[in-house]
Design a protein. Structure first.
Length: 370
């Protein structure tokens, strides 16, 4: 776990997400950093995610009045100061003692939303009480459907405004860095949302690697019927996270999904999956504005956010930079990471000649579509 000497960091002197990661790496244990930073296989998809965004040129307009700009938008009728959510990532207390509470407070202070992982180290009830913005809850459907039903009811009662069902994990990807460092859920650290529900739920998570520790949380038999079932039992919108194909996006909508999250799990599942910048335009075209489309994976700048919206996304989710901010300086570190992204997004809007989020269209990436 990272240390909590947050006052030693001069956040005003940090001007990039890369610098935040350097500080975080110094503070995190080898095991924690390997878990957060690592990806599946040879980590090709993880690297491709980042490079694919950077490779897309932005065809900026000139002589546009951008003196008055706004990064504000809405997602599922919830206002956001910018089109960004903290992506669902597990085990925040490995990064900082305040864990997910520091993350949600930073998100609230900056007017953005948070997606809470079901593998969080803070309960959904505590996170929702501390939230000042929208909270989505990420879940898996494992073999024990009674447990899933109870967990959904618990999250909704706590106040989450949407569920995000992860569908790209019928089995866990092989993450070599985790195995080499012997990753385990740290002793004394509780996966708070998996406790006290379901008679068949294991009471410890002591196996090595994500598969050994949490293999019971997922199911290789998951089908679209399970999504239909989840939509039926949920009183809040269900988004499907892990889509990379247009046909799967259309099937998800027919099964009742209220939104699509284009994702490859940060490169942590199938190494060889396309970058999300490659998947997004196909999925967005298939969805055709019927529901929100969110994208995550490799978003490292405001320019990447701009590219994502131009390709059809409603909003983006950011994972590792949030964790690194948390490790670097707790709540203040997360806030600094968000600020860097949003400030760069605002700057990109100005330099591209687009004062409003709603004006970010595909022709900024392909002038022939104008």
């Amino acid at each position: 776990m990272a240390t909590d000497d947050d006052d030693t960091i001069n956040l005003a002197s940090i001007h990039s997400l890369e610098e935040i990661e350097v500080v975080a790496r110094e503070k995190l244990s080898e095991v924690a950093y390997a878990y957060y930073a690592g990806a599946a296989g040879r980590e090709r998809t993880h690297e491709r995610n980042r490079l694919a965004w950077e490779a897309i040129p932005i065809w900026h307009r000139v002589m546009v009045d951008v003196a008055r700009r706004s990064t504000a938008t809405t997602l599922l009728n919830a206002p956001l100061s910018a089109p960004i959510l903290a992506a669902p990532t597990a085990l925040h207390k490995m990064a900082h003692p305040d864990g997910e509470l520091a993350t949600v407070r930073a998100c609230g202070s900056r007017g953005i939303g948070m997606v809470l992982s079901s593998l969080a180290t803070t309960s959904v009830e505590e996170v929702c009480r501390a939230a000042k913005g929208p909270v989505h809850f990420q879940i898996y459907i494992g073999p024990d459907r009674g447990f899933v039903r109870e967990l959904v009811a618990r999250a909704i009662a706590a106040g989450v405004c949407a569920l995000q069902l992860t569908v790209d994990a019928p089995v866990w990807g092989l993450r070599s860095r985790e195995m080499k460092t012997g990753f385990r859920v740290p002793e004394g650290m509780s996966l708070a949302n998996l406790q006290g529900l379901g008679a068949s739920v294991p009471r410890d998570h002591t196996g090595v690697g994500i598969g050994g520790a949490l293999g019971w949380t997922i199911s290789a038999s998951l089908t679209w019927r399970d999504l239909e079932w989840l939509c039926e039992i949920s009183s809040v919108p269900v988004l499907v996270k892990g889509i990379c194909r247009a046909d799967d996006a259309q099937t998800a909508l027919r099964a009742g999904a209220a939104g699509i999250v284009v994702s490859n799990h940060g490169g942590r599942q199938l190494d060889g999956a396309p970058a999300t910048a490659e998947s997004l335009p196909r999925v967005a075209e298939a969805v055709a504005h019927r529901v929100p489309v969110i994208v995550d994976g490799g978003i490292r700048s405001g320019a990447d956010m701009f590219r994502a919206l131009a390709l059809g996304a409603t909003a983006v989710q950011v994972g590792r930079p949030i964790l690194y901010g948390l490790a670097a300086a707790g709540e203040a570190g997360v806030a600094r990471a968000i600020d860097l992204l949003v400030e760069d997004f605002d700057r990109t809007m100005a330099l591209a000649g687009c004062p409003l989020v709603g004006g970010i269209t595909r022709d900024f990436l392909d002038p022939s579509r104008g």
